[in-house]
Design a protein around this ligand. Structure first.
Ligand code: ADP
Ligand code: AMP
Length: 213
């Protein structure tokens, strides 16, 4: 099963993608997590990506597409995957589609987690992330058991640099300009499913399970 998560930054793509990955035993592939791991490890890719991420811009397609295609070519992705944060532009979607076509494969579902802009800034300022294992919390809605500490790996939780309100507004604009057109792209391919992402995370997940079966 090959699934794409669509939606604005902060809509809950990562939260739902992790739950889908666990239930359906497929890897959760997040380009944002891959970039953050590279930044943490001080790689050349990390240095290049950080500049764009901190400004709320997209990392250029030339850098992004290769790391994604390399990742989904790995063995653990043979039976499918859930993509979170990729594609974010029409050219990225086209490259992925071409690569899959060559293998006689296709995306099965593009799940659009729909949350209006008004809710997003609040969600993002409350998001706390574990940069070690990629777990995500929310200080009000989904708090960790111990404040500031990751339930999964015990590392310190941080407010991501790009979750500051001024950067979030840039990211929302970039989303509407460059990523939202993907809703039509996948709708035309008859794989688009939209869920109401403003509901409790368990209700959102129940809606997604009803779609995936
Ligand atoms: P995205 O991957 O789309 O950027 P996240 O999954 O990281 O978004 O979620 C953004 C923030 O909103 C996080 O702090 C997360 O814990 C919180 N969140 C996710 N889903 C919900 C929900 N259904 N209700 C309330 N808060 C949520
Ligand atoms: P995310 O963790 O998905 O919110 O991504 C954080 C940031 O990483 C984004 O704001 C972009 O700067 C960058 N990024 C992640 N995925 C992509 C992508 N597919 N294309 C371009 N930039 C990306």
């Amino acid at each position: 099963m090959k699934i794409i998560m669509l939606g604005a930054p902060g809509a809950g793509k990562g939260t739902q993608a992790k739950m889908i990955a666990e239930k359906y035993s497929v890897p959760h592939v997040s380009t944002g997590d891959i970039f953050r791991a590279n930044i943490k490890n001080g790689t050349e890719l990390g240095k290049q990506a950080k500049e764009y991420m901190d400004a709320g811009k997209l990392v250029p397609d030339e850098l992004t597409v290769k790391i994604l295609l390399d990742r989904v070519a790995q063995d653990d992705c043979k039976n499918g995957y859930v993509l979170d944060g990729f594609p974010r532009t029409i050219p990225q979607a086209q490259v992925l589609e071409d690569a899959l076509n060559k293998l006689g494969e296709k995306i099965d579902y593009a799940i659009n987690v729909d949350v209006p802009d008004e809710n997003i800034v609040k969600r993002m300022s409350g998001r706390r992330a574990c940069l070690k294992c990629g777990a995500t919390y929310h200080i009000e809605h989904i708090p960790p058991k111990q404040e500031g500490i990751c339930d999964t790996c015990g590392s310190e939780l941080v407010l991501r640099d790009d979750d500051k309100p001024e950067t979030v507004l840039n990211r929302l604009k970039v989303y509407h300009d460059q990523t939202q057109p993907l809703i039509d792209f996948y709708s035309e391919r008859n794989v688009l499913k939209t869920v109401d992402g403003t509901r409790d995370l368990k209700d959102v997940f129940a809606d997604i399970i009803a779609i995936l079966g």
